[in-house]
Design a protein around this ligand. Structure first.
Ligand code: TAP
Length: 476
């Protein structure tokens, strides 16, 4: 049992001012694996005070020293690889190979990327009659979700440190242990006291206390739209800056000249990765009418490449949903899809055959989906795909954009003009063509209800800064 009932405040592990705890459950076994403190408003006040006191000095830390700090964090993160991989397999239920290849690696990459960005980051700019300085924004509150425990937290932490801002972080209560390891890493490398503070606890107490705290200048949040909206309302009270990375219902447009098998594999990978618990996942697949039959057939043949099961098994591709609540949500959407008249082509309700414990869903594909059905409009956050057909490309683009979200878009095909047309027409923050690999120096974030602001690379660092314009500065 992992009992971590302390918070990390002002460079020390300290007891909570409250005595309540929150249990953490392994979603594959349904067993309790540990507990954390259910932090209080007073804990947040202490953490904010520490971050506020640390700000004047940390914001002046020379850039070279901040680069060194980020590099040292990356090195120590590598030293903790086994611990991070193990804990994300247990607390999230991520298959062990994916915990390493995706979760561990992405967490590391953001620290390395921020160090590189900082080496060339333009902190000043001269214009005709003004001198512009980018300054750290101040005390920042970071609130992160459970779906990528290291990635979500490290992109924010790396950007905040690179910018020279100090912070208070609250990780998701379902996956707090990876964040605790990151706190241990920060402690080990000697991040100056008060710069980084971690308060565990529920969103309704600790998260609320962060988003409404008068001494927090900026809140960077990743998670659901509903919570994002409530954070924005709290932040509006004292005109705090916010950055929101919210949900998605991203389209995958398959062009008529695409290889059917490649398209089918791409589509399945999108919903099977991280059990569909990916904000940028393509969950609406828009396929030419004449390709539909072959496409579904190809997916039926390929689905065995994505085994669902024990996260400790190296051959597993897809683990359980993170929690019973999330499993029930996914199941209710599958039921809703059937009720609304979509046709089940693969999977369906309940656990996969042979599994009788854990929050496992089947990889599920619906066909005959109309884009106005609930399963095509709402974020399910599970391994569930809606396949929608189109006759002409303009119709595919219209369907792709017919959503309140705009986080990402995907295209499979070869015709250059068509690829360009679709890429420029989808209203979303990131477009990926033919399984192109990720680029952590490029901005990540959403149009429309997918959010406000951008993470990753220099765009992420800018979020933790304010520009200041100075006019009339004597030249010497
Ligand atoms: P949220 O409820 O949005 O939780 C995300 C983070 O916000 C967690 O740290 C949570 O704390 C905290 N939080 C909850 N209520 C808060 C409040 N009133 N004020 C401030 N912070 C608060 O997401 P979830 O429940 O984990 O998942 C629900 C749905 O959100 C999913 O089904 C999915 O659609 C979406 N989601 C999206 C993303 C991304 S990356 N866009 C990630 C996760 C989930 P606790 O953990 O203590 O509740």
């Amino acid at each position: 049992m992992l009992n971590h009932t302390k918070h990390y405040i002002n460079g020390e592990w300290v007891d909570s001012t409250g005595s309540d705890t929150i249990e953490v459950i392994n979603p594959a076994t349904e067993e309790v694996i540990g507990k954390i403190s259910s932090g209080t408003e007073e804990d947040v006040n202490q953490a904010v005070q520490a971050a506020k006191e640390a700000f004047p000095s940390f914001s002046q830390m020379p850039v070279d020293d901040r680069v060194k700090l980020l590099e040292n964090i990356a090195k120590e993160y590598e030293n903790r690889k086994d611990d991070l991989v193990k804990i994300m397999t247990e607390e999230l239920g991520s298959p062990i190979t994916k915990s390493e290849q995706i979760h561990y690696q992405m967490g590391l990459a953001h620290f390395k990327q921020a160090a590189e960005e900082l080496k060339t980051f333009q902190f000043t700019e001269e214009r005709d009659n003004s001198y512009i300085i980018k300054e750290p924004i101040g005390v920042s509150g970071l609130i992160t979700p459970w779906n990528f425990p290291t990635n979500q937290i490290s992109t924010k932490l790396a950007s905040a440190l690179a910018a020279g801002s100090t912070l208070v972080v609250k990780p998701a209560s379902q996956t707090p242990f990876a964040a605790i390891i990151i706190a241990e890493i920060f402690d080990k490398v000697g991040v100056p006291k008060g710069v980084f503070n971690l308060v565990n606890g529920s969103g309704s107490v600790v998260g609320e206390a962060i988003s409404s705290h008068p001494d927090i200048d900026f809140v960077s949040f990743t998670g659901s739209g509903a919570v994002g909206s409530s954070i924005m309302k709290n932040a509006a009270e004292d005109i705090k800056n916010v950055s929101l990375e919210l949900g998605g219902k991203s389209p995958l447009v398959i062009l008529k000249d695409a290889d059917v098998k490649e398209a089918a594999r791409t589509a399945l990978t999108q919903i099977a990765t991280n059990t569909g618990q990916v904000c940028a996942a393509a969950t609406r697949v828009i396929v030419p009418e004449e390709m539909h039959k072959d496409f579904i057939q190809a997916m039926k043949e390929l689905v065995t490449e994505f085994p669902v099961g024990d996260p400790q098994d190296k051959n597993t591709f897809t683990g359980p949903q993170v929690s019973e609540e999330q499993w029930k949500t996914v199941q209710s959407y599958i039921k809703k899809g059937e009720e609304e008249g979509a046709t089940l082509a693969i999977g369906g309700p309940g656990r996969p055959d042979g599994i009788d414990k854990g929050f496992f869903s089947k990889i599920t594909v619906f066909t005959n989906v109309q884009n106005d059905m609930t399963i095509a409009q709402e974020e399910i956050f599970g391994p569930v795909m809606s396949v929608i057909t189109y006759k002409v490309l303009d119709e595919a683009i219209e369907i792709a954009n017919d959503t309140v979200y705009g986080l990402a878009g995907y295209i499979v095909g070869n015709d250059k003009e068509e690829l360009k047309k679709v890429a420029s027409s989808i209203r979303a923050g990131q477009i990926r063509i033919n399984n192109s690999k990720s680029d952590l120096s490029a901005p990540f974030g959403g149009f429309k209800q997918s959010g406000i602001g951008r993470e990753w690379g220099n765009y992420g660092i800018e979020e933790f800064m304010e520009p200041k314009a100075i006019m009339g500065m004597p030249s010497n």
